[in-house]
Design a binder for this molecule. Structure first.
Ligand code: DX5
Ligand code: ZN
Length: 218
């Protein structure tokens, strides 16, 4: 079976050493680098934005996976493309015109992702699942790193997997929030292709070893 893609979330990195943290991810077995953008409106927190991603992109060797937790993401899609996003993920809850926003991201030359909050049913993706590259399933309420994994995510992942298969979609399932070395295997077994991990990676004494453990969890 194919290996899981690990996407360390830079939100949990030491921002005073951000270059060293990106270099650690470059050396590691991570597939993607996850970049969390928060606007203080869609979520009750503010993280970092376009200038930081532009700088990180100069050093990063991994796929830049930008998770927008912002309102009106369509107003910024072009700016995130210029900053270096390879994958741009918008929240379904923030998009009145989700179909249009997906087409916009793809026409700018990025892979398109759609994120779902914990309470948002997978069925809302039924009419776009064949158009998207990634579904990002939030396994905590977005806004903060270091929260606990919500167990209801596991049956939701199985529902999403069935929806993807039913529509013969190529979309990858990415899971974000509260992922640890201890729970990674059951999340992969439920259907995850991509594991985002913030604190589990960046708080570890040996982050590269943790990335390897997450990648091999099954
Ligand atoms: C939360 C972010 C996550 C966060 C995950 O709103 O979307 O990517 O960084 O952090 P951990 O892995 O610490 O739960
Ligand atoms: Zn995220």
């Amino acid at each position: 079976d194919k290996n899981t893609i690990v996407a360390p979330s830079l939100l949990a990195a030491n921002f005073l050493e951000i270059g060293k943290e990106v270099e650690m991810v470059n050396r590691s077995e991570a597939g993607w680098l996850h970049l969390d953008v928060m606007d203080g409106q869609f979520v009750p927190n503010i993280s970092f934005g376009i200038p930081v991603i532009t700088a990180v992109k100069k050093l990063a060797k991994k796929v830049c996976d930008v998770h927008l937790m912002i309102e009106h993401p369509e107003q910024y899609a072009e700016a995130f493309k210029k900053a270096g996003a390879d994958i741009l993920t918008v929240h379904a809850e923030a998009c009145v015109h989700l179909h249009r926003n997906i087409q916009q991201i793809k026409s700018l030359g990025m892979k398109a992702g759609v994120a779902l909050n914990p309470h948002t049913p997978v069925q809302i993706l039924e009419n776009v699942i064949s158009d998207i590259d990634v579904v990002l399933v939030m396994s905590v309420n977005p806004g903060f790193g270091g929260q606990s994994f919500i167990p209801q995510t596991l049956p939701k992942l199985r529902q999403l997997k069935a929806l993807i298969q039913q529509h013969q979609s190529q979309a990858l399932i990415e899971v974000d929030g509260g992922i640890t070395v201890a729970n990674a295997a059951e999340i992969v077994a439920a259907g995850a292709d991509v594991l985002v991990a913030g604190n589990t990676v960046f708080s570890a004494p040996d982050p590269e070893a943790v990335i390897r453990q997450l990648r091999n969890a099954k």
